[in-house]
Design a protein around this ligand. Structure first.
Ligand SMILES: *Cc1c(COP(=O)(O)O)cnc(C)c1O
Length: 372
């Protein structure tokens, strides 16, 4: 490997720009130390951990400005487990899925379960966005708020002309806490905590509308479908209301999550967070546009993600080499999504990232390219 040493003056204060897991703020680590004695190593069935879960649930509802009756569910497994849970207990007959990258494709695959009718797919080339259109008989419409594999963000709007009672189910995994939206436009907004929330993986959360709860309870009572207990949304609703999970959660993950939610709320909530991610990502897109050897992968500015910036490099410069050299200098996890296979850097500009560190990152990339 080519040995290039970055001058300290160029280095970001924090070199973590991954798209998940992502930067954890020092205050979050301190919260683990502080919470160590009375939370870590104690029962999740007892008051201290249940209070922590309650604070997270009410904190998220406040952050998302939850409309009346919406509630926050949580369960073990991360967003990938939510897809399977939805196939068992949320989709009644058929879903309509937007497929614009690897993550949205995974939900479409889960929704192709043998007991369901094949999903109606709307596919668009990776790097572009698209919107779902009404399909008679579709009872769930599913799309990602941010497609993390490509860096495309979508808008949150109910599908006009959808059947009565159809649910809008949005993958907010990498968007939640970093992009503003109107929660009344959706029924479930599910996500894992290792992106904007700077926590660890292994749990999922979902802001859930009364209509979605009603669907979950109706399918539980009437579908006659076999549902494994760990993926049973009915059980997840019951446990969440008791500030619990069916089986043991990672308490450290909850502490990190709680600290981040309180940090966001204390700074001005989702509008503040969204302005910050927009500022960081905009620096990268503007740089990629004015630099001779880079272009934003996502052509249309309106589709460009504020939380995951994908930057293509000219053939003459190997992005993977740049990323490798930066990694040796403490700037990590900015490789392109492995299955996308592009000559690209993918940079997480989540809310924890300091916009000034994006300036330093850009200077660092330029330094390396100049030396190559
Ligand atoms: C990271 C990610 C997932 C997967 O989350 P897991 O916690 O690994 O299951 C799903 N969807 C999107 C949009 C993501 O960014």
């Amino acid at each position: 490997m080519i040995d290039i040493v970055l001058p300290d003056s160029l280095k970001p204060a924090d070199g973590r720009f991954g798209s998940g897991p992502s930067k954890v703020r020092p205050e979050q680590i301190q919260a683990l130390v502080d919470g160590g004695e009375y939370l870590l190593g104690t029962s999740h069935r007892k008051a201290p951990v249940k209070h922590l879960v309650e604070r997270i649930r009410t904190g998220l509802a406040e952050l998302f400005r939850a409309p009346d009756g919406y509630e926050v569910l949580l369960s073990n497994g991360g967003a990938s487990f939510f897809w399977d849970a939805a196939a068992y207990g949320l989709i009644e007959h058929r879903s309509s899925n937007l497929v614009i990258g690897e993550f949205s494709k995974k939900f479409a695959t889960a929704a192709s379960s043998p007991w369901l009718k094949s999903p109606a797919l709307v596919e668009a080339p990776y790097g572009t966005g698209a919107q779902l259109t009404p399909v008679a008989g579709a009872d769930v419409y599913a799309w990602p708020h941010n497609e993390t594999s490509t860096g495309v963000a979508t808008s949150i709007k109910r599908v006009e002309g959808a059947d009565d009672g159809a649910l809008m189910v949005v993958d907010g995994t990498s968007a939640a806490g970093g992009i503003d939206f109107d929660a009344s436009e959706l029924d479930m907004y599910y996500f894992s905590p290792q992106k904007n929330f700077g926590s660890d993986g292994g749990l999922w959360f979902a802001l859930t509308s009364p209509a979605a709860i009603e669907r979950i309870e109706r399918l539980h009572a009437a579908s006659g479908r076999y549902i494994p207990s760990t993926l049973d949304l009915h059980t997840i609703v019951t446990n969440s209301r008791l500030q619990q999970t069916l089986n043991t959660p990672a308490i450290a993950t909850l502490i990190l999550m709680d600290n981040q939610i309180q940090w966001m709320l204390g700074n001005g909530g989702l509008a503040w967070a969204a302005a910050r991610t927009a500022e960081s990502s905009q620096k990268l897109y503007a740089w990629a546009e004015r630099t001779s050897y880079t272009t934003p992968f996502v052509e249309h500015p309106a589709d460009r993600s504020p939380v995951v910036a994908t930057i293509d490099f000219d053939d003459q410069i190997e992005a993977a080499t740049v990323s490798q050299i930066l990694r040796a200098n403490g700037i990590v996890d900015i490789d392109s999504y492995r299955k996308l296979g592009r000559n690209q850097l993918r940079i997480g500009t989540f809310v924890a990232v300091e916009p000034t560190d994006i300036d330093q990152l850009i200077a660092s990339i330029e330094y390396v390219v100049d030396k190559l």
